[in-house]
Design a binder for this molecule. Structure first.
Ligand code: PXG
Length: 295
């Protein structure tokens, strides 16, 4: 039987089956809130501080005052992992505007809801990583930076979900979203990179792409390996004709893209630079210096 994990809600722990929020919570009613997806590898929470910083940055943009200091939040995450005796985990941190009335006015929500879910990580089979995945550029445009931009990791994920639905019904593994100008932005929960003339390129956040933590690490690894890693506008043509392409994200880590809208990328196999980055990334996630120890 699956063990009943303990979930943190507003300073209390509840068994998963009883961990619930009010139907008047504006996180549910309006998607009014922010979140983070984090991973722990072998008792080390990878880049925990960076995720917490981003959570508080997202909250600042939507004028949500998180009722815990960053340090208290870090301790709450670690305590929840310890309570559940987890070493390898998927961590979902959610802060909503809290319980209000049926109007959307956030002033009616006196107290934000803080939720920390720590769960066992469901590992994808090795296939996508080894063989790469087939992606599709979808019609759903990434929200622009002046609205519910994915620059902010908010609870508004309908934009991504609609993109995912398109890829699902067309039988592709993943979706790629364009910005309003027709430039490549990102995947639905992953940043995107291409290799062009030996250089590693990723779209700027002005396309509405999230400032991904994995994106940042991959750029640093690339530089360390001697490659140029830069933010650059990427057109669909750039992508179709790239030597290599891959997604990055907390859940995805690094996943090679071998086909886009039925065009083979490179020779249709995960590229050599992609594989090199994957190897280095594997090492970094297990380096105690790159994260925060649970125990
Ligand atoms: N773009 C978007 C829109 C995302 O939501 C990323 C890029 C990658 O960012 P990080 O910082 O993770 O490298 C994300 C991340 C999930 C899940 O369960 C989604 C994310 C992270 C973790 C889990 O689908 N989104």
């Amino acid at each position: 039987m699956e063990k009943d994990l303990l979930i943190y809600i507003d300073g209390e722990y509840y068994p998963k089956s009883q961990a619930k929020v009010s139907v008047y919570d504006h996180g549910l009613l309006y998607g009014d809130g922010v979140f983070e997806g984090i991973r722990a590898y072998n008792s080390i929470v990878f880049k925990l501080k960076e995720h917490i910083d981003r959570l508080y940055r997202s909250a600042r943009v939507i004028m949500l005052n998180i009722p815990l200091t960053k340090e208290e939040m870090i301790n709450a995450v670690l305590a929840t992992l310890r309570k559940n005796n987890l070493r390898d985990a998927y961590i979902r941190l959610v802060v909503t505007r809290g319980v209000g009335d049926l109007g959307l006015d956030p002033r009616k929500c006196p107290k934000p809801t803080v939720i920390i879910i720590t769960d066992v990580i469901k590992l994808h089979s090795g296939e996508p990583k080894e063989k790469g995945i087939r992606a599709m550029i979808v019609w759903v445009k990434r929200d622009p930076v002046d609205a519910t931009s994915h620059e902010v990791k908010s609870l508004n994920y309908l934009n991504s979900i609609l993109g995912k639905i398109e890829a699902n019904i067309a039988g592709f593994d993943e979706a790629i979203c364009l910005d309003k100008n027709g430039h490549i932005s990102e995947g639905v929960a992953e940043n995107l990179f291409i290799v062009q003339n030996g250089k590693i390129l990723t779209p700027p956040t002005s396309t509405g792409a999230l400032v991904g933590i994995t994106r940042d690490i991959v750029m640093k690894i690339a530089e360390k390996l001697g490659y140029k890693a830069i933010e650059s506008t990427i057109t669909p043509t750039d992508l179709f004709t790239a030597e290599e392409a891959f997604f990055t994200g907390t859940a995805a880590e690094i996943i090679p893209i071998v086909e886009v809208n039925k065009r083979m990328i490179g020779d249709g196999k995960p590229g050599s630079i992609t594989r090199l980055l994957m190897q280095e990334f594997e090492k970094i996630v297990r380096d105690p210096k790159e994260g925060t120890s649970i125990y």
